[in-house]
Design a protein around this ligand. Structure first.
Ligand SMILES: Nc1ncnc2c1ncn2[C@@H]1O[C@H](COP(=O)(O)OP(=O)(O)OP(=O)(O)O)[C@@H](O)[C@H]1O
Ligand SMILES: O=P(O)(O)OC[C@H]1O[C@H](OP(=O)(O)OP(=O)(O)O)[C@H](O)[C@@H]1O
Length: 231
């Protein structure tokens, strides 16, 4: 069986991934020209590389069309329900760090925790004429965190696919859930992270789609061991 590994074709994780594979003794060569979206691993027959964007990698692991992928944990957990039943997180790489956080306007002086936010949400409509609105592209993580973990039910999600931090100032949402690494985008937009508002500490991971064909396939174990040895 050919094993397909999806690696970032662009973006912030691309070069670090190539370096990991080099150290793992799995040097990657492009098939065809430099801009090709397929590759192979020198000396590893039966392994194919697919170059995709970070979010496509999460999707392809979810639908099982690739066997392994390297992408951000945030994208994998957001991308599918019952994630731990469907994929295995085989290794965490120590790069691509970003936290998915709940952030509110700095001027909400009385709101520092999720419990405070729950209080605000409870009478938000009475005070402001609409339910507390959250701008995010992480609707699954937001629902799990707000509803299941913190019992906050009175809110509405508006999907935001870019410039999420600008939504409160623009009036299209009251608060946001988004990713942050240095915190500078949040600061520039006068937003603060709630003290218990870190939903997920994400980093780049090697993720395996749990497939029946993997049971007893020595190549699957060989890949995992090689990548782990490079960390
Ligand atoms: N400062 C950061 N901001 C955003 N994402 C980061 C940051 N640091 C690490 N990441 C990780 O990188 C992922 C996004 O990667 P990248 O920006 O390369 O993808 P992308 O090119 O935007 O993909 P697509 O074009 O498909 O949306 C995030 O989901 C997260 O896992
Ligand atoms: O905490 P910081 O260091 O400020 O980083 C966080 C910001 O970086 C990312 O956006 P980016 O500009 O990379 O664009 P993207 O959303 O298209 O990846 C992310 O969506 C945040 O807006």
């Amino acid at each position: 069986m050919t094993i397909t590994i999806a690696l970032p074709s662009k973006g912030r994780m691309k070069d670090d991934c190539a370096a990991i594979f080099e150290r793992a003794g799995m040097p990657i060569v492009a098939v065809g020209n430099d801009r090709s979206y397929r590759g192979r691993v020198e000396g590893w027959d039966g392994v194919e590389i697919a170059f995709l964007s970070a979010s496509e990698i999460s999707r392809e692991i979810g639908n099982g069309s690739v066997d392994f992928g390297i992408t951000g944990e945030d994208l994998v957990r957001e991308g599918m329900a019952e994630v731990d039943r469907r994929v295995e997180f085989c290794a965490r790489f120590g790069f691509g760090h970003a936290d998915v956080v709940v952030a509110v306007p700095e001027i909400w002086l009385d709101v520092d925790t999720m419990a405070d936010l729950g209080d605000v949400a409870a009478d938000f409509r009475a005070r402001h004429g609409h339910r507390l609105t959250v701008a995010t592209k992480y609707w699954r993580l937001t629902q799990q965190f707000f509803s299941s973990q913190h019992g906050i039910q009175l809110y509405r999600i508006v999907e935001s696919l870019g410039a999420t931090e600008g939504a409160p100032a623009a009036g299209s949402a009251d608060i946001i859930v988004d990713i942050t690494s240095t915190g500078s985008t949040l600061r520039a937009n006068h937003l603060k992270v709630l003290s218990d508002g870190i939903i997920l500490r994400s980093q780049a991971c090697l993720v395996r789609a749990r497939k029946e064909g993997h049971e007893g396939d020595p190549m699957v174990q060989r890949i995992i061991s090689a990548v782990r040895s490079a960390l």
